[in-house]
Write a protein of this length. Sequence first.
Length: 153
Amino acid sequence: MPNLGDVFPDFEAETSKGKIQFHQAIEGSWAILFSHPADYTPVCTTELARVVKLMDKFKERNCKVFALSCDGVESHIGWSKDVMDYAGEKGDLPYPIIADEKRNLAVKLGMVDPDEKDAKGLPLTCRAVFIIGPDKRLKLSILYPATTGRNFE
């Protein structure tokens, strides 16, 4: 898990918007990377929809947004439509959702909730928030259980 002030780990990942190389994707901007336990869940849907509504504020601050969960790209793409509908918005989800089905990235970044498991007995991605500066260094991290919702205000 990265510590405050560390250069945030670079990684390549499949997302709902195609493959990304994280450092290249955030070049010259602030970034927020947040995780959620699973697609198609009521609380996660409301959280991602709220981020949709806040996108203008993130853009004003030169901040790119990335979500992550342990579901796959196809699930993310389908669920994105539900998120946009709940947000009352048209079009595509304005930020990518990173697919991490094998939980490699979640483990690397310390985003796995050891107490909460999915139907297969695998640990869920917890609720984590990382804020990364334009220098690619970790400026803030928040980590809490999958069972606790969040307020993006």
